[in-house]
Design a binder for this molecule. Structure first.
Ligand code: SF4
Ligand code: SF4
Length: 356
């Protein structure tokens, strides 16, 4: 029987058909841009044409009703044109300057949050959490909502020395940007996985499971037709669970989050950096995660007070030194922040320069 006809391998629609006419006309010929307010900017083309952008926060997980409401605003003020940014903000693209103020007013009337442009905190890049992923050891949407409620002023009005990029990942797979953000939350397990040996032989591929462990803690257990885990080597990454569901690592009482800081992706002034572990564990406290939120807010406040203009969090820390970062923030330095993995030597201090 012939397969029914179906369209395949057609790729995404070409992006150029969705560009406002002013961008189509001036494509590649932009002269400069200017930030007008924390939520608006203007791009000026070589031809003199202008395009105004109004940026609105979004919680990323949106209902179709909300998307329709956003589309209605774009129809009214932007001839139907808008875009989503790489941090999941919504940007209204306005070709007519007279429509910028009315759009801003309507967004305010609708209690939408406008901001995130310039040296501020923009949206938090985050993951699926308990909404949708089987390996989450914290929630993403709930945690992000709690954080952004507390940091709201830094999105809308309050300037920082430079932009501060926040990210959340709900397990150490780190979907998204936690490894390269100024301040990020990454969820962690803190207990050994438990193995359901009866299911192992039916559901798992032994070489894959053994190969999945970064510390080689897993070895065959022939008597059980399963595997065993060396408790001295396991560091609770959960990778074995990813490839073999009968190795269960979830533990509602002990799962929590760690905080890493100092990462960035741009090459401006200094090279991109990975973020580094400063708080190894805070327990999950849904629905508002007060300790996590307070810790993030505290780091932002200390950075805002002490960093020089234009310094990103990681640049500030490298200038003052990590020991000074810990003393300024009052964060306890624990052994967990000392690297003991493959490239640990590069993270050791191999000089006598340090501050008491
Ligand atoms: S970070 Fe982990 S738990 Fe979160 S969405 Fe990615 S794989 Fe799932
Ligand atoms: S949790 Fe990670 S370290 Fe522990 S056994 Fe599984 S893969 Fe290995």
């Amino acid at each position: 029987m012939a397969l029914p006809q179906r369209k395949t391998d057609i790729g995404p629609p070409h992006y150029k058909q969705f560009l406002p006419p002013v961008i189509q006309k001036n494509y590649g010929d932009w002269k400069y841009h200017e930030v007008l307010t924390p939520g608006s900017m203007v791009h000026v083309a070589e031809s003199g044409d202008k395009l105004w952008t109004v940026r609105m926060a979004s919680p990323r997980i949106l209902s179709t009703d909300t998307i329709r409401e956003i589309c209605a605003l774009a129809e009214k003020y932007c001839d139907g044109y808008l875009r989503f940014t790489s941090r999941n903000n919504v940007e209204f693209l306005v070709s007519d300057e007279k429509k910028v103020a009315p759009l801003m007013k309507e967004l305010k009337d609708q209690k939408r949050t406008v901001g995130g442009i310039g040296p501020m905190i923009s949206n938090v890049v985050h993951t699926q959490g308990w909404v949708h992923c089987h390996s989450a050891c914290t929630d993403a949407s709930g945690l992000v909502k709690s954080m952004m409620d507390e940091l709201h002023d830094y999105f809308t009005t309050k300037e920082l020395p430079n932009k501060v990029r926040l990210a959340v990942a709900c397990c150490v797979n780190m979907c998204g940007a936690v490894h390269c953000s100024d301040i990020a939350i990454v969820a962690v397990h803190t207990k050994m996985p438990e193995i359901n040996h009866d299911n192992f032989k039916n559901m798992c591929e032994m070489p894959t499971v053994i190969g999945a462990c970064p510390t080689r803690a897993i070895s065959p257990d022939p008597a059980k037709k399963s595997v065993k885990i060396n408790p001295d080597k396991c560091m609770y990454c959960g990778n074995c669970f990813t490839v073999c569901p009968p190795i269960s690592i979830k533990n509602p009482e002990r799962d929590g989050v760690a905080i890493v800081v100092g990462g960035k992706v741009s090459s401006l002034r200094s090279n991109p950096k990975f973020s580094k572990l400063v708080i190894p564990y805070i327990s999950n406290e849904p629905p508002r995660w007060p300790k996590v939120v307070a810790a993030v807010k505290h780091i932002v406040d200390v950075y805002a007070k002490n960093a020089k203009k234009h310094e990103r969090v990681g640049e500030w820390i490298e200038r003052i030194g990590w020991e000074r970062f810990f003393s300024l923030t009052g964060i306890d330095f624990t052994f967990q922040s000392i690297d003991d993995f493959t490239f640990m030597r590069d993270t050791m201090r191999t000089a006598s320069t340090f501050k008491w």
